[in-house]
Design a protein around this ligand. Structure first.
Ligand code: CUA
Length: 174
């Protein structure tokens, strides 16, 4: 497990524990045995409890909001260092420019004919990211490419007899 996974696991466990404790507390305060003692409802005490629950809910929402705010993807949208256009057609990819400086790249992807797949492979052959290419609709795939080298684009959607030959490539420079 890396650092992020440990943090997520700890946070998830903490939230689950809080949920279980909260559930037990609710079940205890509403159980028959506590009512069966014939006590009169203490309105003042209930009011206090209500305020406490409202405050707790607000605190949880605020904490979750603050903790996740900087993970919202739109924060990354403006950070692209360069833009490349990709036209997909039976059976090729036209990528412009052919050389892209290392950094965050916005790929503007569109198909001339049918549905294609856009699978981006790193120089070591690992799949980096993939999206669907839809006819006449421009999709944007943003990806951080830090390693210079030759990247390949493979079509990952069966699109006709030449599907297996549908390969493109571009260079990422320093
Ligand atoms: Cu294009 Cu398969």
């Amino acid at each position: 497990m890396n650092g992020t996974q440990i943090v997520i696991t700890v946070l998830y466990s903490a939230v689950t524990l809080i949920g279980i404790v909260g559930l037990i507390a609710v079940l205890r305060t509403t159980s028959r045995s506590s009512r069966a003692k014939g006590r009169e409802a203490n309105i003042e005490k209930l009011h206090k409890g209500e305020n406490w629950w409202a405050l707790m809910s607000l605190a949880i929402v605020v904490v979750l909001f603050v903790a996740t705010f900087f993970g919202i993807p739109w924060m990354n949208r403006a950070q692209a260092d360069s833009t490349a256009t990709v036209r997909a057609l039976q059976f090729a990819f036209i990528i412009q420019p052919a050389q892209i400086p290392a950094g965050t790249v916005d790929f503007k992807v569109k198909s001339d004919d049918v549905s294609h797949g856009f699978g981006l492979y790193a120089p070591d052959g690992k799949l980096v990211k993939q999206i669907q290419i839809i006819p006449d609709v421009e999709s944007t795939m943003t990806v951080k490419l830090d390693t210079p080298g030759t990247y390949k684009i493979l079509c990952l959607e069966f699109c006709g007899v030449g599907h297996h030959n549908m390969v493109g490539q571009f260079e990422v420079t320093k």
